[in-house]
Write a protein that binds this ligand. Structure first.
Ligand SMILES: *Cc1c(COP(=O)(O)O)cnc(C)c1O
Length: 469
């Protein structure tokens, strides 16, 4: 008899452990109230399973910890910088590397260097920090992602693709000279961790090249995108993740990178570009905002751990297990009828809060309310990705995104399958009492990136339609 085989198992064994604290419901009631119903304001010690983000929360390998001891902490010309830059060149292919403390540091430099006031910056769905830096530099973000990305149930395999007709419309409207660059994100975070196809990367680049418009990748989760190309796109099944990654980057002029995601480190990032003049310009900026151009806000040891992280991140067994764990959780939820964004993405499961809490209006912040309730239920911490994260337009009105989601983000190499079981079981019990969940309203609203520091309070429950009191 052959036993059914799991499609993945963690390709590592555990060397160091960190205890988790299980809290009572009474304790959590106090914690969430003190946090203003914002999971960003909870203390980590009060969280049982932390799915707030996959950013900087990965477990490093023994080799990465060893690399920390080898860092060259010279202020200028650190050997660790050159090793990191060479590794980035080997795997991503770009000529120049400008180190930054994390992804938004790179976004800042790139936006300041390339965007002039009134320029359009087309992109495949916004990301919070990316769009903000583009706007601070005077740019106008225009969403050119395919329509499928806005439909949480559409099973299109490449929901991260750019719609060339939408891009063409922006270019016609502004003129190619007023398009600063195309901001092309791999495995689009806000769409649910959805990849773009190699064909799309290639076509967008060819279109832009003819018109002299640079293509800048947000490479934060490009390795996860490369995995999806390998398993979904014809012609790539026998290529390595490394080969696919390099081919994607060959269809661009540079990238910004938050290494806190794909690269399995707790801090770090960079801007990488091919153009000498752009490199010179951004190096001048990096010394103002981040640090010298050979460390950019990272310690020497951070840069070595980052280089080692790149080598581990492109390993097929690693990436298959990483995405396999996300799929495991997603499939359990689908089995139990929970509305989630599909296809299951690379780094997270997204609960569709509109469908989970149909009795709440979008202005009652359903995704924020659901994230708070999940914490109360089981100590699992997730985050809102809906109307709160979207913020307000220049005219003061709320952006109203079609997607109103709760993101359960899986840190890399941190939790086991048993933890995933706790997570889906607690979501199923929330689902069973979903019509008891109340909405929230702002009591404090910061001006920028409001989701980080905002505070809320519950709004009194309306009686769900068709239900006796
Ligand atoms: C996290 C992230 C960033 C910003 O990077 P930080 O390291 O958090 O500054 C940019 N783009 C995407 C898609 C991200 O997920």
């Amino acid at each position: 008899m052959t036993l059914p085989r799991r499609s993945w198992a963690e390709p590592f064994k555990i060397k160091a452990v960190e205890p988790l604290r299980i809290t009572t419901r009474e304790e959590r009631e106090v914690c969430i109230r003190e946090a203003g119903y914002n999971t960003f304001l909870l203390k980590s010690k009060d969280v049982y399973i932390d799915l707030l983000t996959d950013s900087g929360t990965s477990a490093m390998s023994a080799r990465q910890w060893a690399a920390l001891m080898m860092g060259d902490e010279a202020y200028a010309g650190s050997e660790s910088f050159y090793e990191m830059a060479d590794t980035i060149k080997e795997y991503y292919g770009y000529e120049h590397v400008i180190p930054t403390h994390q992804g938004r540091g790179a976004e800042h430099l790139l936006s300041q260097a390339l965007i002039k006031k009134g320029d359009a910056v087309p992109g495949n769905m916004y990301f919070t920090t990316t769009r903000l830096h583009q706007e601070i530099a005077g740019g106008i973000f225009v969403d050119v992602i395919v329509d499928e990305a806005h439909d949480p149930e559409n099973l299109f395999p490449f929901k991260g693709n750019i719609d060339l007709a939408k891009l063409e419309k922006v270019v016609k409207e502004y003129g190619a000279k007023k398009v600063a660059y195309v901001s092309f994100e791999g495995n689009v975070n806000m769409a649910g961790g959805q990849p773009a196809s190699m064909q799309n990367f290639r076509e967008v680049y060819e279109y832009c090249k003819e018109r002299g418009i640079p293509v800048m990748l947000d490479a934060t989760r490009l390795i996860e995108n490369a995995y999806f190309i390998k398993i979904r796109e014809r012609g790539y099944e026998n290529k390595t993740i490394k080969e696919i990654l390099k081919e994607i980057c060959s269809y661009s002029d540079g990238c910004t990178m938050s290494s806190k995601k794909d690269h399995l480190v707790n801090i770090g990032g960079f801007l990488a570009v091919n153009d000498d003049e752009l490199a010179r310009k951004t190096r001048e900026l990096v010394v103002v905002y981040e640090g010298l151009h050979t460390y950019g806000g990272m310690a020497g040891r951070d840069m070595l751990a980052l280089a080692q992280g790149i080598r581990e991140a492109v390993d097929f067994d690693h990436i298959r297990a990483r995405i396999g764990q996300v799929e495991y959780l997603g499939e359990k939820l689908i089995e139990h009828g929970i509305p989630i964004v599909r296809p299951i993405g690379g780094h997270a499961i997204y609960l569709n809060a509109r469908k989970f809490l149909p009795h709440l209006d979008q202005e009652e912040l359903p995704a924020q309310a659901l994230a708070a309730e999940l914490y109360l239920e089981s100590g699992v911490r997730a985050m809102e990705r809906g109307i709160v994260s979207s913020g307000r337009a220049k005219d003061g009105s709320n952006y109203k995104p079609k997607l109103e989601l709760v993101r359960l983000t899986i840190p890399r190499r941190v939790y086991t399958q048993a933890h995933m079981d706790v997570v889906w079981e607690s979501i199923v019990s929330l689902w069973e009492r979903r019509d008891t969940i109340k909405g929230l309203r702002f009591v404090y609203e910061p001006q920028n990136l409001r989701f980080f520091l905002a505070r809320f309070e519950p709004v009194e429950a309306k009686v769900p339609a068709g239900r006796a009191v």
